[in-house]
Design a protein around this ligand. Structure first.
Ligand code: SF4
Length: 210
């Protein structure tokens, strides 16, 4: 079995691992190592190769559960959370920003990057810089796995962190997806979305609108 202390893994996977027996932990270890090997083969700037198997696993999770997902277009409460992104995904997003000349609120991005605890930010400052005026994601096709994997089954209003500080949200959790996200976090760097995006030279030098 692998030594999990050597790797970055999601909080969900950490929680699940505490509850499993040795055989089940072994299974997760193998799954994680498989995705780690596969994701290392992905060329830079092409996160679709990472996202395709994730999308399939997410679809299977929904089909098997039979639950109704309450997330819908224009519901953006989860776009006010602290999102983790892999270097591979950040590279693809930065490429999309350049190609589509996407405007970013640079001041807000900096505030998001520098705060230690994301929940200390005002609600408006927690808003992802990629949300447009109609609360749709400007980089939807390239959004990180951390955004894709959120599958809420409870009332969407409960996701409003401006209203509820203790999250009473219910959702679907898939261990394979958590293993995938965790593996992606160990391919190059990974970190908070704002920080990873700010690492892009052109944004640092203010080439984008604020
Ligand atoms: S990248 Fe898109 S989906 Fe993810 S938090 Fe930002 S606006 Fe929401």
């Amino acid at each position: 079995m692998i030594d999990w202390n050597k790797y970055k893994i999601t909080e969900n996977l950490k929680t699940v691992l505490k509850e499993l027996d040795i055989e089940q932990k072994d299974e997760i270890s193998n799954m994680f190592e498989y995705y780690l090997t596969e994701f290392r083969k992905i060329p830079i700037n092409d996160s679709s190769v990472l996202h395709n198997p994730v999308n399939e696993t997410i679809k299977e999770t929904i089909d098997i559960s039979g639950d109704k997902i309450s997330c819908s277009r224009g519901c953006s409460f989860c776009c006010h959370l602290d999102v983790t992104v892999s270097e591979l995904e950040a590279d693809s997003i930065n490429k999309k920003i350049e190609e589509n000349n996407i405007n970013i609120d640079l001041e807000r991005l900096n505030r998001q990057s520098t705060v230690k605890n994301y929940s200390e930010l005002k609600y408006q400052d927690r808003r992802c810089v990629f949300l447009d005026e109609s609360d749709s994601c400007k980089i939807y096709e390239d959004r990180p796995i951390s955004c894709r994997k959120l599958l809420v089954t409870s009332d969407p209003d409960l996701c409003n962190t401006a209203k509820y500080t203790k999250q009473p949200v219910k959702g679907l959790l898939n261990i394979e997806t958590e293993a995938m996200v965790s593996a992606s976090m160990n391919i190059g760097k990974s970190g908070r979305l704002s920080t990873m995006i700010l690492n892009e030279t052109k944004i640092k030098t203010n080439n984008y609108d604020t």
